[in-house]
Ligand binder design. Structure first.
Ligand code: SAM
Length: 235
């Protein structure tokens, strides 16, 4: 198994054992999508969806298969995950495209002629610095249709908790609650989050989003003051 496969195998184990509460998160996501689809005016065109940091779609594929989409675009910085995502999704009645791209670059590109109705991102945006998160929020607002929805699942910091305290707390959680993973599986997760995770302060990012023209609502909170799902709409 190469480095990439080992990293993905570890993430798969985290998801399979529900250590980041993907099950509850995906249920909340499904309910939000159902309500949004039901509220769309009759005769609306089938929604165009973009998934930023789509990964291998192991979690999202069953939900995506049931959505009445017009198109789906999966974007990920890592090229090797995209064929896995396509295979996990399997045949669906709407056209899918797959793009190896940085999500910030996607946001910075000029919007196409057809705006995005449904934007989704799970556990990817927290890798951006706070300045880049603000830039992303400002830029991606231009891509969304006026009645569109941006569902943002991620790790966030409780208000006032600084990054070192957050990282120390998450590392404690892994060491004490993730015993189902062997220590040699826990360590790469600890190394990765210590180096690459920059979760936003929940209150600060909400203020930033509102200043960029978004309305913000929390839809789901995990049990660990980290994982959460926010829904953003055009203000
Ligand atoms: C933790 S995985 C989450 C995958 C999937 N969204 C899920 O919830 O299972 C994070 C994914 O985001 C991608 N990613 C990280 N930073 C990114 C960026 N700046 N632009 C695009 N994708 C990114 C990674 O390659 C990886 O596939």
């Amino acid at each position: 198994m190469d480095f990439f496969d080992r990293q993905w195998a570890t993430y798969r184990a985290v998801v399979d054992h529900d250590l980041m509460q993907h099950r509850a998160l995906t249920a909340a996501l499904g309910q939000a999508l159902e309500a949004w689809l039901a509220a769309r005016p009759a005769g609306s065109a089938a929604p165009r969806m973009v998934d930023l940091g789509c990964g291998d779609l192991a979690v999202m594929a069953p939900l995506l298969r049931g959505l009445p989409l017009g198109t789906y675009l999966g974007v990920d910085l890592s090229g090797p995950v995209l064929p896995r995502a396509a295979a996990a999704l399997g045949p669906v009645p709407y056209p899918c495209r797959w793009r190896e791209q940085d999500l910030l670059a996607w946001a910075a590109a000029e919007p196409g002629t057809e705006p995005v109705d449904l934007l989704h991102s799970a556990f990817a945006i927290h890798h951006l610095s706070d300045d880049d998160k603000a830039r992303f929020l400002r830029l991606c607002r231009r891509h969304l249709a006026s009645n569109g929805l941006f569902l943002w699942a991620d790790v966030f910091r409780p208000p006032g908790e600084d990054r070192p305290a957050y990282v120390a707390r998450y590392v404690d959680r892994i060491r004490s609650d993730w015993g189902v993973l062997a220590p040699e599986q826990q360590q790469p997760v600890i190394d990765h989050l210590s180096q690459f995770d920059f979760p936003a302060d929940r209150d600060a990012i909400r203020r930033t989003a509102e200043a960029c023209g978004w309305t913000w609502q929390w839809l789901w909170q995990g049990d660990h003051r980290a994982e959460a799902l926010a829904v953003l709409t055009a203000a």
